[in-house]
Write a protein that binds this ligand. Structure first.
Ligand code: COA
Length: 260
């Protein structure tokens, strides 16, 4: 896979995606979003990839939002299509069935914050700044930011961030629950790769079912979500990995999961 605005690297079972337009702080233009879509689909279907790290090139920015040059000339119908396209790419990330760790190395604003929120776990450099500044451009988030932010930090906190457009520090984002952890900037990538490698060593089918149970279950009535969970529990009980995991525990050894 080779792209103009996206780097794809592999370290064992972990794929590292780096958004690579540092001159514009890795802003997401149509081409970059499309490259991201293609890379995510490829990695989704590659069974040797068990976890992904997503980050931005350079020291300053994860992603500083959708490309404002494109936004500035958008029509109503074009804007709607743009939002649907962006939402679709972020949905593909959320629905990969493998953990995606956002390594937030700087600005995660607008579409950048939305992109990070579509990831499974967010680790921020202590220098990072997050926010949804669309209101300052006279627009609103269009990559499901109004929805994911409210689900992650709660309605009241989400409304304050969305209406003020304020940039918040990594520490404040951690306090609000928007990021899982904050680490020194120099340690960010190593920390994200370490976590990704740990998750990549877990049973892949169980990982996928946990992701499905949480993401889909949260959108269902509770009783239906419990039935869904029980069905997934039943399915995972038939896997080789379940037999390996339980046998390894009883034999006091480390399990070797195969994803079967
Ligand atoms: N789209 C297009 N270009 C962008 C961009 C975006 N979202 N964010 C930054 N850039 C460009 C700048 O125009 C600038 O280009 P130039 O060198 O040709 O002038 C370059 O990236 C560097 O950004 P600059 O603003 O000079 O850096 P800064 O350190 O002074 O400020 C930010 C950094 C992130 C605070 C500022 O760039 C910013 O507010 N960006 C927009 C954030 C935003 O509103 N995102 C939501 C979009 S919906």
């Amino acid at each position: 896979m080779s792209f103009e605005n996206l780097l794809v690297d592999r370290e064992g079972a972990v794929a590292i995606l780096t958004l690579n337009r540092p001159k514009v702080l890795n802003a997401l233009n149509t081409q970059t979003l499309d490259e991201l879509r293609r890379a995510v689909l490829e990695l989704t279907h590659d069974e040797t990839v068990r976890a992904v790290v997503l980050t931005g090139a350079g020291e300053k920015s994860f992603v500083a939002g959708a490309d404002i040059n494109e936004l500035a000339v958008q029509t109503p119908t074009g804007g709607r299509e743009h939002a649907i396209r962006g939402q679709h790419v972020l949905d593909l990330i959320e629905q990969m069935g493998k953990p995606v760790i956002a390594a937030i190395n700087g600005y995660a604003l607008g579409g950048g914050c939305e992109l990070a929120m579509a990831c499974t776990i967010r680790i921020a450099a202590d220098t990072a700044k997050l926010g949804q500044p669309e209101i300052n451009l006279g627009i609103i988030p269009g990559y499901a930011g109004t929805q994911r932010l409210a689900r992650i930090v709660g309605k009241g906190r989400a409304l304050e961030l969305l209406l003020s457009g304020d940039q918040i520090s990594a520490r404040e984002a951690h306090r609000l629950g928007l990021v899982n952890r904050v680490v020194p900037a120099a340690e960010l990538l190593a920390e994200a790769k370490r976590l990704a490698a740990t998750l990549a060593s877990k049973a892949p089918i169980a990982i996928r079912y946990i992701l499905d149970a949480v993401h889909q279950g949260l959108e269902m009535p509770f009783a239906q979500a419990q039935t869904f969970e029980a069905t997934l529990f039943g399915l995972v009980s038939g896997t080789e990995d379940m037999r390996e995991g339980t046998a390894a525990f009883l034999e006091k050894r480390t399990p070797a999961f195969k994803g079967q």
